[in-house]
Design a protein around this ligand. Structure first.
Ligand SMILES: [Zn+2]
Length: 229
């Protein structure tokens, strides 16, 4: 998807189990690194659609000189290609991060945590990227019941985004998520992390109209402020 867009930096990681690449690119330059990502769960198309449409829209150009925007549209390219939650090895990447609460027992069939914490190539790639970029804020896309979930010092950032989309804000989605990215990055590393739960099955048109301004406002706020919590 990068062919038509001039990027400051592009690289890919792979191959995954299914022979695909995880793409990372830098769209703008500025003093703070921001990471926008999607496609953790391949059966949540609104999530990676929103990231990819945002890239196509060019709205991000407003961030040039304000922040370095890094985009990882599909952490789980195999799952996205096959419309499945898990990766090519049957693991739920949002239960595989090496958190203190990682649990080898799946709470439900769909939450397979993998053979060990951080066992998956996709998880290892994400860790490498976050450790290298040291992002000032991370926004990651999923679909479920509509809400803005924040982990770590990101409450103000969540409020800025909610003011545009009308979504509710929470720091607790109501059930345990051992090995989740929000826990790993937000709670354990204190990186302001937003998990945007887009309304499931809301489709591309509605997803774009509800979230485009919210996403842009959030990125600008994160790029221009030291304190996001
Ligand atoms: Zn998800």
């Amino acid at each position: 998807m990068t062919a038509e867009i001039k990027t400051h930096h592009f690289e890919n990681f792979g191959p995954t189990e299914g022979g695909r690449k995880i793409e990372l690119f830098q769209l703008t330059r500025g003093s703070k690194n921001l990471l926008l990502m999607g496609g953790v769960h391949g059966d949540e198309p609104e999530g990676f659609f929103l990231v990819e449409e945002f890239v196509r829209s060019g709205l991000w150009r407003e961030l040039e000189g304000v922040a370095s925007l890094w985009v990882l549209p599909r952490l789980n390219p195999d799952g996205c290609a096959t419309h499945t939650r898990v990766n090519g090895r049957g693991v739920d990447l949002n239960r595989n991060m090496p958190t203190k609460d990682w649990d080898p027992v799946a709470r439900k069939e769909r939450y397979q945590p993998g053979p060990s914490a951080g066992s998956e190539f996709e998880s290892q790639t994400l860790i490498k990227i976050v450790e290298r970029l040291q992002p000032h804020a991370i926004i990651t896309m999923h679909t479920w019941e509509p809400m803005i979930n924040y982990n770590g010092p990101a409450r103000k950032l969540a409020e800025v985004m909610a003011a545009q989309s009308g979504y509710v804000i929470t720091d607790d989605i109501g059930y345990p998520t051992p090995g989740s990215f929000g826990t790993w990055a937000g709670w354990e590393r204190k990186i302001p992390t937003i998990t945007l739960e887009i309304e499931r099955d809301s489709g591309s048109e509605k997803t774009w109209s509800v979230h485009k301004d919210s996403l842009m406002a959030g990125l600008l706020f994160a790029g221009m402020n030291d304190e996001l919590g």
